[in-house]
Write a protein that binds this ligand. Structure first.
Ligand code: FES
Ligand SMILES: [Fe+2]
Length: 386
């Protein structure tokens, strides 16, 4: 059996055995190419924070599924996404990373474009009559959701906002607008498949074993539980060992549940975010090859130093490094031909939702049904820990 047919079977909700994906799905280059074509070129991909680009001309240039793009705030204050490729003969225009420019001039023959994508200058054109209006930068769809900028190459794709509407009831009580934006993203490159990193981000199961000194003491595996999910998004949580204290500047919407819990959300294919009463952080994975992925992070955080979020922030570098070492080690197992992925446990449920998402997008499987448990603020026994 080929990797692809195993992958197809394990992502089909109708033949669901709640097993892990075949290992080759994380290392096979044909699988990777199919994922780029059917997932990253057709669905909404999170690329940066809107609050990271506050001023006219602020931009973030990057590559998504091999496609150079730039997200830029125009001089009219509107965020847009363009193909980052010159309309003359295709040179990449904005250098990769963050910057600010009210216009950009191509380094090859100096065609220039303004911050809303219009072609404004064509030197030495001679007798050629070039219609500037039809030679502007090519627009790519963009939607912003709770500060995260998503782009989509597919002009026919369904809008993103209706798909994420069910998340509002979990996210809105925190009112993250009251916090300051984190410094601009520092990209990291990990030698691991993009799915491994996304799955690791939504995985409560590994904390007790892999983060025993850094994250598990704050939001433990033994207190983790599933809340709600579907192929569109998932919500899980752990009851923190110390609730975020009540504070004078708390918004009325911030209740005992929000103060007591650390929540993890996933929005496939490439976003997970982490939330508690003192802030939220998002992680975007940008696949480069079957075994290399770029990670970007952003978020908004309280300045209070007395809550669990401050404790986690202190440990953040350690947690991220523990995850990098772990993900790169898991990648080492993905080329194994002996053996296969095994049975998943209850806390792996969001990972199974992600697999159903992949089956839906890659293989046109029927969409798996949404599920929801009663939100239980008390710790309960899980299949792991004590
Ligand atoms: S390729 Fe950009 S001006 Fe020629
Ligand atoms: Fe981790």
């Amino acid at each position: 059996m080929s990797v692809l047919s195993d992958y197809e079977r394990e992502t089909d909700p109708l033949s669901d055995q709640s097993r892990a994906l075949p290992l080759g799905a994380y290392s096979d280059s044909d699988v990777f190419d199919l994922e780029m074509e059917r997932v990253f070129r057709r669905d909404w991909i999170g690329v940066c924070g809107a609050d990271e680009l506050p001023d006219s001309g602020d931009y973030r240039a990057l590559s998504v599924a091999g496609e150079p793009v730039v997200v830029i705030r125009g001089d009219d204050g509107v965020l847009r996404c363009f193909s980052n490729v010159c309309r003359h003969r295709g040179t990449v225009l904005y250098g990769v990373g963050y910057g600010n420019a009210s216009s950009v001039q191509c380094p090859y023959h100096a065609w220039s474009y303004d911050s809303v994508g219009r072609l404004t200058g064509i030197p030495h054109a001679g007798s050629a009559v070039i219609d500037k209006a039809s030679h502007g930068l090519v627009a790519i769809r963009l939607e912003t959701w709770k500060d995260i900028v998503f782009i989509n190459f597919d002009a026919d794709a369904e809008a993103l906002a209706p798909r994420l509407a069910g998340l509002d009831r979990y996210v809105d009580p925190f009112q993250y607008d009251r916090f300051e934006c984190a410094p601009p993203t520092k990209e990291k490159s990990w030698n691991a498949n993009w799915k491994l990193i996304l799955e690791n981000g939504m995985d409560w199961y590994h904390l007790f074993q892999s983060h025993p000194q850094s994250l598990d003491p704050i939001a433990p595996t033994r207190n983790a539980f599933n809340i709600e999910g579907s192929p569109d998004w998932t919500v899980t949580a752990s009851r923190q060992t110390h609730a975020t204290p009540k504070r004078g500047d708390d918004p009325p919407s911030l209740g005992d549940f929000e103060r007591a819990h650390y929540l993890v959300f996933s929005i496939p294919p490439n976003i997970v975010f982490f939330a508690n009463a003192d802030g939220w952080a998002w992680l975007a994975v940008l696949p480069q090859s079957a075994d290399r992925t770029i990670l970007c992070e952003g978020g908004r955080f309280s300045r209070h130093q007395d809550g669990p979020a401050a404790a986690e922030m202190k440990n953040n570098d350690l947690i991220v490094e523990e995850d990098r070492v772990l993900c790169e080690r898991i990648q080492g197992g993905m080329s194994a031909r002996v053996g296969s992925g095994g049975q998943l446990v209850e806390l792996d449920r969001p990972i199974k939702d992600f697999h159903h998402y992949l089956g839906w997008r890659l293989f046109d499987h029927e969409r798996a049904e949404a599920w929801r448990t009663s939100v239980d603020p008390e710790p309960r026994s899980t299949a792991v820990g004590k």
